[in-house]
Design a protein around this ligand. Structure first.
Ligand code: ADP
Ligand code: ASP
Ligand code: MG
Length: 462
């Protein structure tokens, strides 16, 4: 079994859906295709829920109606067969009627999640209709809501997913292609929920783990995981290989190409993950596996929305049990800590979920003086930072010498150095690190064709 996930841009238009249908066509191979919502759809659904929370019913209903008409247009173009199109328009209308129905009463948290789930239900339905109704190829639409589930801690319930997905697949022993929704799931109460924004990657990895897949492919709009954020840094390049640990760190610390938790299930079962580009299907992309390369620093990522907390306590810091008491405060409020640094009299730590910040601060004040810095960004550098590869920290600090750093963390793992800066300095920091650490792409990042071309030129003496 292989799992192939296509992101929002990859299914973002009629032509893209047609391209995906060709890309996945391989009659001999059993595959599960996981689709995101068409690009822009989840954002629009979020916008609709915000309008409803603000009580702006007129704007919300007009946004829903525009979306309904847009989807009608997609269906008419994608499904050039009257019977198939008529059935699809009926189905689309029933989906949009369900959304309209939710506008008639104050929007609850569970109503909001029902609205957010519609994007993946729409894209998979249309794609499946095209694949079976127009291309006349065989595929079954697997409802993710029947097998993808969270446990009471809101974590994926792996045994449940494995058992229920296997039961669904067993209903079609001869079939090679299954299509399902990314992102959406049910929670422990059985209500519709989701795996957080960008969660289709996580769905694909969970499905890969649940089916003992031989490979998980994440198809997106870029040729693999780049050494730095290509949205704000010029001259980034794709990495050919990453270890599970390196990819997990980069995803967790902000490389948007992967959902923060999406590497974990694949790593647990040792399933290789390939990041591929739908627009350039022949590009080699990035392979994430248990292998690690030798480069001291391979890539940089940045995670915004961080709050730094400093607790100063001359009385207690050296006393044993102090750190445990401190950590227990965060545990009580189910708030995880990302970075931590200590001195003899103070501890600094960072959190990315500030929901319970007021209560946490109140409790921390019992230990000493507490200071808070908001709008911080963690810059995470990932690579093979074993002691033999010394000098990496020096190069990082040299590159960042003109910027104020709030915290530095080194040595926690052999593949990570993290630095905390003010979010206003993020782009400058990422660019400075790119200039200082990765001035040229290593030869391993050339694609085969580029490599062949270079070799030909060399042999031709040019
Ligand atoms: P999809 O909709 O296919 O899930 P995403 O938008 O979630 O795609 O992720 C792909 C985008 O991630 C790229 O277009 C790129 O702008 C952004 N990105 C951020 N950091 C990186 C990185 N280190 N490597 C590659 N892409 C990155
Ligand atoms: N559609 C969801 C989102 O936009 C999930 C995904 O695309 O991965 O966040
Ligand atoms: Mg994504």
């Amino acid at each position: 079994m292989k799992v192939l996930k296509f992101g929002g841009t990859s299914v973002g238009s009629v032509q893209r859906m047609r391209d995906v249908a060709e890309l996945i066509y391989a009659p001999e191979l059993r595959r599960i295709v996981v689709l995101s919502a068409m690009s822009g759809t989840t954002n629009t659904l979020v916008q609709i829920t915000r309008l409803l929370h603000d009580g702006d019913l007129t704007a919300a209903t007009s946004r829903i109606e525009i979306m309904r008409q847009d989807y009608h247009m997609v269906a008419r173009e994608l499904l050039p067969d009257e019977t198939v199109a008529a059935a699809a328009l009926k189905q689309l209308d029933s989906i949009f009627r369900a959304i309209f129905d939710l506008t008639r009463q104050p929007l609850s948290a569970s109503g909001e999640r029902v609205i957010l789930a519609q994007g993946e239900l729409l894209s998979t339905y249309l794609f499946h209709q095209y694949y079976t109704g127009i291309l006349q190829r065989e595929a079954v639409l697997l409802p993710a809501l029947d097998f993808m589930r969270l446990d009471a801690d809101d974590e994926p319930d792996a045994p449940y997913i494995r058992e229920h997905l296997a039961a669904q697949l067993a209903l079609h022993p001869e079939l090679q292609l299954f299509v399902t929704q990314g992102y959406i799931c049910r929670n422990a109460q059985g209500h519709i929920d989701n795996l957080k924004r960008g969660g289709s990657d996580y769905s694909a990895s969970l499905i890969g783990a649940a089916t003992d897949a031989t490979e998980i492919q994440i198809w997106t709009d870029i040729d693999g995981l780049h050494n730095n954020d290509p949205r704000v840094v010029p001259n980034t390049y794709p990495l050919r290989e990453l270890s599970f640990d390196e990819a997990a760190e980069l995803a967790y610390f902000g490389a948007k190409i992967l959902h923060p938790s999406s590497v974990l299930p694949a790593r647990q079962y040792g399933i290789p993950v390939r990041l591929l580009n739908t627009m350039q299907p022949k590009a080699p992309g990035t392979l994430i596996s248990s292998k690690t390369g030798q480069e001291a620093i391979k890539a940089v990522a940045a995670k915004d929305g961080i709050t730094a907390i400093n607790v100063k306590s001359s009385r207690m810091l050296l006393a044993h049990g102090f750190l445990r008491n401190l950590f227990e405060v965060f545990e009580r409020y189910r708030t995880s800590i990302d970075m931590i640094t200590t001195s003899e009299v103070a501890v600094s730590l960072t959190i990315d979920n500030a929901t319970h910040l007021p209560q946490i601060l109140e409790e921390l004040r019992r230990f000493g003086t507490v200071e808070v810095d908001e709008q911080q960004t963690i810059i995470c550098l990932v690579g093979n930072l074993v002691q033999a590869n010394h000098g990496s920290a020096y190069r990082v600090f040299e590159a960042l010498k003109d910027l104020p750093m709030r915290m530095i963390s080194y040595g926690g793992s052999p593949n990570n150095i993290s630095v905390l800066v003010h979010t206003a300095d993020k782009v400058q920091a990422l660019r400075a690190l790119n200039d200082g650490l990765f001035r040229t792409a290593p030869p391993s990042t050339f694609s085969k064709t580029e490599g062949e071309l270079a070799l030909k030129k060399l042999l031709a003496g040019s």
